[in-house]
Design a protein around this ligand. Structure first.
Ligand code: SF4
Length: 179
């Protein structure tokens, strides 16, 4: 919920501060929004995210008996939770092997490699269920995010040093970067 439009290091530091302040939905639901804002700053949209964190924790307490929901349907009813977050929660918190978490890296790389031809992360998620082997579903996010941060970067991907350069059609790549 905190990571959208925010660098990993900033999200990690904000999460640590937040969880030092309150570790459970019960205690987080009691923190004033201004205090959550202070703890998670400088993540992007920290004011919106603070409200969503507080509201989500309140709803986990009032509607789900203090437990993070374990279905996509229920997760999507929580404020600030979209399919990316919901899929990640199902994979990491509930050990689901039936979900693919698609963020901007997975969407971009799956299209560059020609696995899918889609316009949005949600379209990519549904297309990947059809073309990716099931055993990779819960791991695709981990691998492609790491790949996207280090090699197949959004701008100027490092095709010259990429191990996939001979098989990748590089769809949509206008200019590769220098290693
Ligand atoms: S060859 Fe270029 S576009 Fe294809 S996966 Fe590697 S870095 Fe990405």
């Amino acid at each position: 919920m905190l990571s959208a439009q925010t660098r990993d290091a900033v999200t990690a530091a904000a999460s640590s501060r937040l969880f030092r302040g309150a570790r459970t939905p019960r205690t987080l639901a009691k923190l004033p929004v201004a205090e959550i804002e202070r703890l998670i700053y400088p993540v992007s949209f920290y004011r919106h995210k603070a409200v969503h964190v507080r509201q989500t924790c309140e709803q986990i307490m009032s509607r789900f008996q203090g437990r993070v929901p374990s279905t996509m349907e229920d997760l999507l009813t929580l404020p600030g939770v979209g399919r990316k977050t919901a899929n990640l929660v199902l994979i990491l918190a509930h050990s689901s092997a039936d979900n693919i978490c698609v963020d901007t890296h997975v969407h971009r790389i799956a299209n560059r490699l020609g696995w899918v031809a889609t316009r949005t992360p949600e379209e990519t998620e549904h297309a990947l269920y059809a073309v990716a082997r099931r055993r990779w579903w819960p791991l695709i996010n981990l691998y492609l995010v790491t790949w996207g941060q280090n090699v197949c970067r959004p701008v100027y991907p490092l095709c010259g040093v990429c191990v996939l350069v001979d098989v990748c059609p590089k769809i949509g790549v206008v200019k590769a970067g220098k290693a």
